[in-house]
Design a protein around this ligand. Sequence first.
Ligand code: NAD
Length: 477
Amino acid sequence: MQFNFIANTSVPSSSGQTIAVVDPSDGQVYDEIQRSNASDIDQAVRAARLGFDSAWSKLGAAERGRLLMRLSQKITEHAQELSAIEQRDCGKPTKQANADASALARYFEFYAGACDKLHGETIPYLDGYSVLTWREPHGVTGHIVPWNYPMQIFGRCVGGALAAGNVCVVKPAEDACLSLLRVAQLAAEVGFPAGVINIVTGYGHEVGDALARHPGIDHISFTGSPTVGTLIQQAAAERHCPVTLELGGKSPQIVFADADLDAAIPAIINAIVQNAGQTCSAGSRVLIEQAIYEPLLKRLGEAFQKLRVGPATLDLDVGPLIRQSQKQRVQQFLREAEQANIGTVAQGQVVDAAPASGFYQAPTLLRDVPVTHRVAQEEVFGPVLCAMAFRDEAHAVELANATQFGLVAGVWTTDGSRQFRMARRLRSGQVFINNYGAGGGVELPFGGVKSSGHGREKGFEALYGFTTLKTVAIKHG
Ligand code: NAD
């Protein structure tokens, strides 16, 4: 049985109710989390405020940084344990869960070093005045985290918020809480004061909603679907609370005829099958210049056929989806594609060792997908890649920008001038040229435009969002 973590103590929810924890690899229940409610959120917000007033706000920036570094080291010592928790909780293949644990440690390492480097400015003004700016923490920040990368997303939002001097109340997704509850315990073990990191588990419409509405929350960072992002922003607007939204994407990978295909093909495949396609920045559309459309589709199809899908611990190319309803959602997209006569180039294989009760979905490559079809417009959040052909650069840009999203884009070309032109014209928060994702890039600001959200997390840039600027004007004559 798992408990909430409030003021460095494991506590049951006041409802006395729990939610079953299911292993996506076999569909079996193996643990329980607390089904919390608004009064648990209230308890966590009060604990956080006390932690801020009595301890965290009194620590020097360098001392905060040392604590974050101790947590990073502790996470590294416990990386195998955290990885094992995440493999079972989320169905992640071992390599992916290991990478997530090391990214979590890296976020705390990066933000540890950033704590004492967040400076204000002095501004030349009228004679007899001195004007300076201070970057101050918001206070108590709320973090609503999705299930696809719990450790990485916790690292990026909580790491940044703590570095900027805030204390945190975190609502993990109901499908993926266990690693974060363990990280909060590790933080207490390395000396984080009570109330600095609080975790409250439960359903989004109950605890997530209560967190978004709580008057004691001074800033909200939300990562999840556009639909829920709208609800969060509406709730926050009622009391003018600042919000960072990291929503989904329908990110294009654009391949020109002059591209190095040997480099592009594995990156294109990885960008859609990593984490079984349940990645906000998944490269879920591949736009291919007409001259190489058929030969590249053939090579991509051959690579898709080799993909193996199975239980997390077998560490194959693809693990299960998070839950049965996610599998049904992906299959509904594929049915609609079939009804629209969209062709399938190739599919991967679910291995025989995969239990029938697990939530497995073979990766699928679709061809000639009309840009307006739902499968080319909406997030499938599964391993489905939509291919379409383009005539020239202008057509590529038109197709790439033709969704409501704008999170990430990839461009594959050896023409240097075209690289810059494309980077300028693509409407997205990140553009990768001749690579995709830059290997994670804790240092690289991340976030979207349009329905992919607003605000930036990751990198030093995130610290500006987790602070508020105070201007101090002194008239001294
Ligand atoms: P979701 O929006 O359903 O849930 C995200 C979180 O919000 C969960 O913790 C959930 O419990 C909570 N929530 C749900 N309803 C709520 C409500 N009414 N009020 C407050 N909180 C509520 O999304 P998901 O299914 O967990 O994750 C998949 C989605 O997240 C995809 O659309 C994906 O693209 C997006 N995502 C985006 C990023 C990014 O950085 N841009 C990263 C990961 C996932």
